[in-house]
Design a protein around this ligand. Sequence first.
Ligand SMILES: [Mg+2]
Length: 313
Amino acid sequence: MDDFLHGWQLHANRRPKLLIADDQPVIIRVLFELFRESCDVFMATSGAQAIQVCQTEMPDLILLDVVMDDLDGHEVCRRLKADPTTSGVPVIFITSQDQEDDEVKGLELGAVDFIVKPINPVVTRARVRTHLTLKLQGDLLRASALLDGLTGVANRRKFDEDFQADWRHCIRENAPLSLVIVDVDYFKRYNDRYGHQAGDGCLKAVARALSETLRRPYDTVARYGGEEFACLLPKTALPGAVSIAERMLAAVRALSIEHVASAVEPWVTISLGVASVAPARDLSPAGLLRAADEALYAAKLAGRARVNVAFGG
Ligand SMILES: [Mg+2]
């Protein structure tokens, strides 16, 4: 197996997606034969079709013919780069030898490379391999920038992004959005008693227990602060969110991590604040956050190791 393909399988757990857009079927056929074993290949025979496939398939790389009848390659590239959902897709232009000006124009439009007709299989393969490797590295870097280094769950930045996105999504879908804020009880005492390394281990175990409680792919848990976690539950009303919070409380208790310095129980426990809202344009995500925070604060005042619910959040 090609090295670059091995990297894709290992880190992305899939084959790269390659879009070939050319109005000459013979070119498409040649390129398809070159890459069908290493990539999932998509094909388009017009500029309009290329844009459509980009939006539905989100390819990892496009081989884009410059000269096409309807939208030429430059215009396709311009439109892809102008759309935030497709602007990250790298473009390699396919040009003819007599189109040197096209290369300058293509670079200015954000293309990453060129291949020249007639297609040289060795050169084409090498360039595609290089740019698919770069695409994978970029994807991995972006993903890791959104993860909390210690626990592996989403970080605060990712939480902020998801919160905004979920808020808008729930407005569109006319669906409720719930938020659970979780705090590890007497965590400072835990660190003082057992050391920071054990403290790190404790946070990792808690993060894993919280994640495992969530079953739907769009529910997310994030590390919100030092020993605070936040769980976003789109399309979940208050009763559902409360039952998830109760399961989280039980899951962390079931870890049975010794904590003799805790004033509530002799093992690690958490306090949880739950709030739910029907997002609307005249409300703000900050209000939901505040309600969940206040509910958490009340849970602590009431003796910790419990779920507390905000009403009217
Ligand atoms: Mg053409």
